[in-house]
Design a protein around this ligand. Sequence first.
Ligand code: DQA
Length: 164
Amino acid sequence: MNQTTPLNRKLLVLNGANLHLLGKREPHIYGTTTLQDIIHRLSTTAHQHGIQLDHFQSNHEGDIVDIIGSQGVLADDHDKFDGVIINPAAFTHTSVAIRDSLLASGKPFIEVHLSNIHAREPFRSHSYFSDKAVGVICGLGDMGYDMALAWFLKNLYKTNGVHS
Ligand code: DQA
C-alpha cells in the first residue's frame, strides 16, 4: 500500500504501564497533564484533519501486543491503522514482544517519552524500539505526542500540519 494514500486514515496511540497515572505520577518528571487530557487534545486535532485516532493504554504487555495485531496484520484493510504513536513506558526497556508486533504490522511508528530517558537511570537509555522508529521524541513532556501527530499529518497524510 502506498503510505501517502492510505485506505483508512487511522492512527493508533498506545501507552504502556503506569501512564494511566499521568498527572498524579511523579509530576516533577512526567508533568501534571492527565492522559485523558492528552488524548482529548490529540483526538481533536486528528479529527480536524479527518483522521480517526484510536487510543489504548495498558499495564499488560500482551494486551498491547494483541491490540497491535488485531488492528494491524489481522484487521481488514479498511480497518487497519496506518501509523502508531507509542509511549511503551517501562516496556520500552524490556519488550521484544511489542517491538515484534509493531514490526509485523509493517506500519510506521513514532516513539514518545515524556521524560528524557537518556538523562535518567542508565537502564532507561536502552530502547527496544528506537532503531525501528521513524523518530524518537523524548524529554519534551506531553508536547511530544503533539509533535508525533504533527509528523504523521504532514508526512503521511500530507495535510498542513497540526493546526488547521
Ligand atoms: C517513560 C520513560 C520510561 O522509562 C518509564 O518507564 C515510563 C515513562 C516516559 O514517558 O518518560 O513509564 O516512557
